[in-house]
Design a protein around this ligand. Structure first.
Ligand SMILES: [Zn+2]
Length: 132
């Protein structure tokens, strides 16, 4: 773990502590922080509603990044409230690739002392050749 890894983990964890609570579900069970190739950091939390609407923290952080004209992610982490990093779900893995093809090399912190690239986590991703 380098200093940026530790900083992203701290930002993701702190995001879980400062989010607004909602009446119909839970927010902040998971926090996410990512850093782009421009050095911008984006954070967000998961939104899980009783009606089964669910927005992963990674998904929401990526949406925030997109609204700020950024798309290439150098590192990303999602953590539980106790700082424990967790790997992204399959939907978020695919989203990482779809927003920028170079994100295949994004470092993903998946556990306390373990990182993997998106290439390793998503070897059989969607490709447009399947539809030609
Ligand atoms: Zn997800």
């Amino acid at each position: 773990m380098d200093s940026i890894d530790k900083k992203l983990i701290e930002i993701a964890k702190n995001a879980t502590k400062k989010c607004t609570k909602v009446w119909s579900g839970a927010t902040g069970l998971v926090g996410c922080a990512l850093i782009t190739d421009k050095g911008n950091i984006f954070e967000w939390v998961c939104l899980a509603f009783d009606c089964q609407l669910w927005f992963c923290a990674e998904h929401s952080a990526i949406a925030a990044m997109i609204t700020h004209w950024d798309a290439k992610i150098m590192k990303i982490v999602a953590t539980m409230q106790d700082w424990t990093p967790i790997p992204p779900c399959w939907r978020c893995r695919e989203l990482l690739f779809q927003v920028h093809k170079d994100n295949i090399d994004t470092e993903i912190i998946i556990w306390k002392d373990k990182k993997m690239t998106l290439q390793e986590l998503l070897p059989n991703r969607w490709q447009d050749k399947y539809f030609k």
